[in-house]
Design a protein. Structure first.
Length: 399
């Protein structure tokens, strides 16, 4: 009898365990959690009622939103627990003047490379070449990867409440990450709720909007694990490379962010030394939601600021083209009347007064040359750039 009794108990336990594993994470409704019919609620409902687009990439379905009619495009990239509508307050604001794109990362995607392929396919479908990128948390990490891999396509970059390539996150979560595959989805969901209630919401001044919106985003165990794999997927960022350095960057942070360690915030600013930095005070990890007006103002100012590297490059382009075409008028647009040219030849430094240089241009006439900018720095009103002239029949000149 006892053996039969224990057998029944054992079978019952197995059924309970299986039941726990197959129970999906609970889904909540924003309207039920946020019954207030204010502008936040109305704007979210209007935005979610808009049509999204679908595209299948290597058998994986991507859902994204594309709107606005501006000449410039902003790509918004959500964080680890987000979706395309996480950015609704920014999209509504900026699609008045820009084309905007926001996607939901499919739960099957588990690496930076796969993420990038999906993004590039969406951009190709929408016929977009160059763009601004705004990423938050995991999205800010993805934005950095895009800056590293396709810098020539990115005009401006915003890294919000995020972290640089690092070992810290993987090291601190080594044990947890090994346990994750064995935890039921409902348990992972409950742990997320605990973090929400104990850390995220208090840091955001107990925002009711944030408390209602975040749980309304769909969640799955597979999604959580694969997105964690993305944030620990390391890549090399050479921030001193000219193609990367010339991209205007804005780092947005919060002084009480409960999800980004202060050490990582400092590492991020150290990595991108020439970036602008804006620090929110006591707004937590999601300032674009609970402090959206201020967040939007910060983005507007950044987007409307001239890229000083572009201005210098226009001057250098006058130099390149003026020299190749022997066009003195165009060359004079690049130099002051008292300028000197410094160049190297046979490991020797040559100093050439500008008038002597003009005389040589007149004498030599039109020249075939491959020109490029090797590097450059701008400090205040002072710009220091190194350029390269490669003549087919003459030595290479670096100036």
């Amino acid at each position: 009898m006892k053996r039969k009794y224990f057998k029944k108990i054992f079978i019952l336990l197995i059924i309970v365990i299986i039941g726990i594993y197959i129970i999906p994470a609970p889904k909540t409704n924003f309207s039920e959690l946020y019954p207030i019919n204010d502008n936040y609620s109305k704007s979210l409902k209007r935005f979610q009622a808009k049509s999204t687009k679908e595209i299948t990439i290597n058998g994986v379905k991507w859902i994204y939103y594309a709107g606005g009619n501006g000449s410039k495009t902003i790509l918004f990239i959500h964080g680890m627990g987000g979706a395309y509508d996480l950015w609704w307050q920014q999209i509504i604001e900026f699609e008045k003047s820009y084309k905007v794109i926001s996607y939901t990362l499919p739960e099957e995607i588990n690496s930076l490379q796969k993420t990038s392929k999906g993004i590039l396919k969406i951009l190709e479908t929408e016929k977009i070449d160059k763009f601004y990128v705004v990423g938050t948390s995991m999205g800010g990490y993805i934005a950095q990867y895009l800056v590293s891999t396709i810098p020539n396509r990115i005009e401006k970059a915003v890294f919000g409440n995020t972290f640089p390539p690092n070992n810290l996150i993987a090291e601190e979560n080594k044990t947890k990450s090994k346990l994750l595959p064995f935890l039921p989805e409902i348990v992972i969901s409950k742990l997320g709720e605990k973090t929400l209630d104990k850390k995220i919401i208090p840091a955001a001044k107990n925002s009711k909007l944030l408390r209602a919106f975040l749980p309304s985003i769909s969640f799955s165990k597979k999604q959580f694990i694969n997105r964690y794999n993305i944030i620990i997927d390391k890549f090399t960022m050479n921030s001193t490379k000219y193609a990367i350095k010339r991209i205007p960057k804005l780092i947005i942070e919060s002084d009480n962010d409960p999800l980004i360690q202060p050490q990582l915030r400092q590492q991020l600013k150290k990595l991108y030394k020439n970036s602008n930095v804006y620090t929110f005070h006591n707004e937590g990890h999601f300032p674009y939601i609970n402090a959206s007006k201020e967040y939007n103002e910060v983005l507007w100012r950044f987007f409307n600021t001239e890229n000083t590297f572009t201005a210098v490059e226009k001057t250098i382009e006058n130099y390149f083209e003026g020299r190749k075409d022997a066009n003195l008028k165009q060359l004079q647009l690049a130099f002051s009347k008292k300028a000197n040219l410094y160049t190297s030849q046979n490991n020797n430094i040559l100093i050439i007064p500008i008038e002597n240089y003009y005389k040589k241009v007149r004498l030599d006439g039109v020249q075939q040359a491959n020109t490029s900018i090797l590097n450059g720095d701008i400090t205040g009103n002072i710009a220091c750039f190194k350029t390269k002239f490669e003549y087919p029949k003459n030595p290479i000149l670096i100036i």
